[in-house]
Design a binder for this molecule. Sequence first.
Ligand code: MSP
Length: 504
Amino acid sequence: MPGRFYVTTPIYYVNDAPHIGHAYTTVAADALARWHRLLGEDVFFLTGTDEHGLKVARAAEANGLTPQQQADRTSARYKETWSLLDISYDDFIRTTEARHYASTQALMQAAYDNGWIELGTYEGWYCVACEAYYAPDDLLEGRLCPIHERPVEWLKEDNYFFKLSAFSDRLLEWYRSHPDAVTPESKRNEAVGLIRQGLNDISISRTSISWGVPVPWDRDHVFYVWYDALINYATAIGYGTDPARFDAWWPAVHHLIGKDILRFHCVYWPALLMAAGLQPPCRIAVHGFLLVGGDKMSKTKLNQIAPADLVPTFGSDGFRYHFLRDQQFGPDGDFSYEGMVARYNADLANNLGNLLARVATVVDRKCGGRGPRPDAGSHLAAVAADAYRTAAAAWERIAPHEALEATWRLVRETNAALEAAEPWRAPPGPEVDRVLGDALEALRIVALLASPAIPRASAEIWRRIGVEGSPGDARLPGGADWGGYRGGPVHKGQPLFPRLPSEG
Ligand code: MSP
């Protein structure tokens, strides 16, 4: 029985266009999904857009659009961006879809029927950009949102409340008995800390706007955008519409999220699931912010960079590689164009690109264009086995930078073996064949192990060295065993990763 792997990104607000911060999470989820497909697992990779709420309604108004038009337009831009970046999602959910209304209403109705939701009045300081109320103590200078540094507004309304306060003990017990439910550990501690501080009941509906999912038992209300949003993860696998499918995928889900939405995912969401009689998610992996010039990207700071600004220069693979290799999944990271160029030139243009070009040229000259088979006793076999083991463990921990670092060790060792043997100087014969056969085998394995990060280049490497099929269709661990390269026609071609001028 193959395992199942369900991975999600946050669903992105449609008030604004996609930028590299959104791409960072999505590329990581995509690479992870691709890795698990290589392992032969049944993978379901979900992304999508979060289309309700005041923020979207106001953006639409500012653009002279209806909220639905705003959502249609921006959701399409997300899809275009993900296609530009070769994101292999299995489903793209939009929270304005009928299936999402059905699941949201069913899940909330279950929590209501279980007695965990009741009517009350709410007033407080509200940040429209966050779609969240803040306690006075949390405000900057007593009046600014701590995240957006913009003035908050006083809102008062009749709301349905979720009795979150009743779930403190159950949540603490959950985190005690599931120590890996939130990673990294610092973020788990942050989640536990939030629960220990004491939880208040939370407002989950609004009467002040109509742009949302109607509360099924009281049509004057719509659910507050965050509570409909979280439920997208249940909608996509059939909550309330296809119970067998839901049970097959839940709760073995891996949520990838930014640190800004930790409270919603690590406190509110597990509690809401418990209230509806469901298990909390098995894993929430939290990452830091991608900063530009030391600041979080935002529309108001005019420091947003779109993936489409970078892909023409770096290609989809170059883009993906940078975010997976240079931005660790966990801590904050500063985006630097110069750093991106340097990494591209070093790892992709020089190490990998040159290795392929060099091997193809020498095979052409010394072996009549046919790749020789590898030597079973090559010292590179052990390096390749180690690359697989280290990469597999790293993907398991959601540490793509380590997986790629391990894979590039094999690239460097292969280049070093060629430098030492200098097959381009030697006469054709078994010695040259041996060195080139090993290099071709190393290239085959590198392309396979790197395919979650650089799917296009990996497929092209296989094509050029005469391996049949595509790395994406191979299976691990067997596919990475030394000796899989059977020889074949080797094609020279244009540089895989043309070198970029370092001044950008
Ligand atoms: N719609 C909510 C999420 C609902 S999930 C049920 C939301 N949307 S968002 O578009 O504002 O941001 C979503 C996510 O994008 C963040 O949590 C984070 O994962 C990612 N990022 C947005 N800006 C980012 C950076 N500057 N850096 C890294 N990730 C960032 O919140």
